[in-house]
Write a protein that binds this ligand. Structure first.
Ligand code: PMP
Length: 399
């Protein structure tokens, strides 16, 4: 068996030790004599495992008791719909008499995924979408997602049903700063001031890569597992308990009915086993989370991921100085997870040369082109050094 270095954006690399452990679990889960893909999601052994996964997330991210953790299917795309439906139901219960056009859904658009989420909110209806800010006019060419826009460009609504942003834009390589005093942070200080805000964040491609900034201020945080912690098929939701609302009572008052498998309250009341959860992806994610804890938790990965990204951006800068590479994202808004740049000249040669050295999946998303190197938790510093070395060589060979 020979494994390559996988810089893919998702599904993406997983730690080899975990894959080996998971292979054994496929044959015999926890001494039951039954494989993990074959065992009941209600068995005592799987119940104990699921509780452990929950506590591994809870302790590493310091999730407060005001919030619950849910495990489900449907991916980030499923949550584009679920957040709208659950939070419109909540808003209906809080304000039963408001007309739909007065229920405002606030969307911050900083890249392709938040744009898609906005489109789904528009498609579902039940409220009016307000674009808080669209980052494209603030880009270098006035049409790309290459920046976190300046704070003075955001206009939040006074009492929205939800306020949405995507913490890390996987396609465009744009990420909010985790330092709330930075001009590139999410502007928490500009949010309406009343108590429990319906703030939603898509953390799909940065979940567990570093602590979640102002976690307690969020109503919903969600992520597909298939970037930093596991295979596709598992979606993790951290939801504040006031958002676990009776969606049927809301529907009686005129809210859009919520499919039962998308109702946060139903999932929470059923301890995430109201219906069959993705047992195998939960298992592999649990093994990854255990390993994370042993290595020093999310703080350890924050340091490691920062070092990896610093090295890679420095290599891009060195190539840029020679006119061979061009970083796509403005400084200060650059993602630590998905590093995007253009090769000026022979991009195909750059990709082929990397592949020859066993470094795969570095082509940018088909919608934007260029190069994208994803540095999720399982990509090691040595693997990062390997691509950095290759980039240096490419520059000196071309120069
Ligand atoms: N949000 C972000 C930030 C993503 O990167 C992705 C997937 N790449 C999605 C949402 C959609 O997730 P899924 O494919 O799991 O539906």
């Amino acid at each position: 068996m020979s494994r390559v270095i996988n810089f893919g954006a998702g599904p993406s690399a997983l730690p080899e030790s975990v894959l080996q452990e998971a292979a054994l679990g496929l044959l015999d889960f926890d001494g039951t004599g039954i494989g993990i893909a074959e065992i009941s999601h209600r068995s005592k052994q799987f119940t104990a495992f699921l509780n452990d996964v929950e506590s591994l997330i809870c302790t590493q991210l310091e999730v407060p008791p005001t919030h619950s953790i849910l495990f489900t299917q449907g991916g980030g795309t499923g949550q584009f719909s679920a957040i709208v439906l659950n939070l419109l139901a909540r808003h209906r219960l809080l304000h039963p008499d408001l007309a739909n056009e007065d229920r405002v859904l606030d969307y911050v658009i900083t890249g392709s995924w938040s744009k898609k989420a906005t489109e789904e909110a528009r498609r579902l209806g039940g409220g009016r979408v307000n674009v808080v800010v669209d980052a494209r006019p603030y880009s270098k060419d006035a049409k790309s997602f290459d920046n976190i826009p300046p704070h003075n460009t955001y206009t939040f609504s006074p009492d929205p049903a939800l306020i949405y942003y995507c913490e890390n834009e996987t396609v465009d390589g744009v990420q909010f700063s985790s330092d709330v005093s930075s001009p590139n942070s999410f502007p928490f200080h500009l949010l309406p001031q009343e108590g429990l805000l319906p703030l939603v964040a898509d953390y799909s491609s940065s979940f567990m890569s570093r602590p979640i900034t102002r976690l307690a201020d969020h109503a919903v945080i969600y992520a597909g597992a298939q970037k930093n912690i596991g295979p596709a098929g598992l979606t993790i939701i951290i939801v504040r308990n006031d958002c676990l609302v009776d969606v049927d009572a809301a529907a009686k008052l005129g809210a859009i009915p919520v499919p039962i498998s998308m109702s946060y309250k139903t999932l929470a009341d059923g301890n995430s086993v109201y219906n069959t959860p993705p047992v195998l992806p939960i298992y592999i994610s649990g093994l990854v989370l255990r390993r994370m804890k042993e290595l020093g938790g999310v703080q350890y990965f924050e340091q490691l991921n920062k070092r990896k990204a610093d090295k890679l951006y420095a290599a891009i800068q060195a190539g840029e100085d020679k006119g061979l590479f061009k970083a796509k994202v403005q400084e200060g808004s650059r993602s630590l997870m998905n590093v995007v740049f253009d090769v000026i000249g022979d991009e195909a040669k750059f990709v082929a040369g990397a592949e020859e050295k066993g470094m795969k999946a570095i082509k940018g998303h088909r919608s934007v082109g260029g190069i994208r190197i994803s540095l999720y938790n399982a990509v090691t510093e040595e693997q990062t050094d390997a691509i950095v070395e290759y980039m240096k060589q490419f520059v000196s060979d071309t120069d």
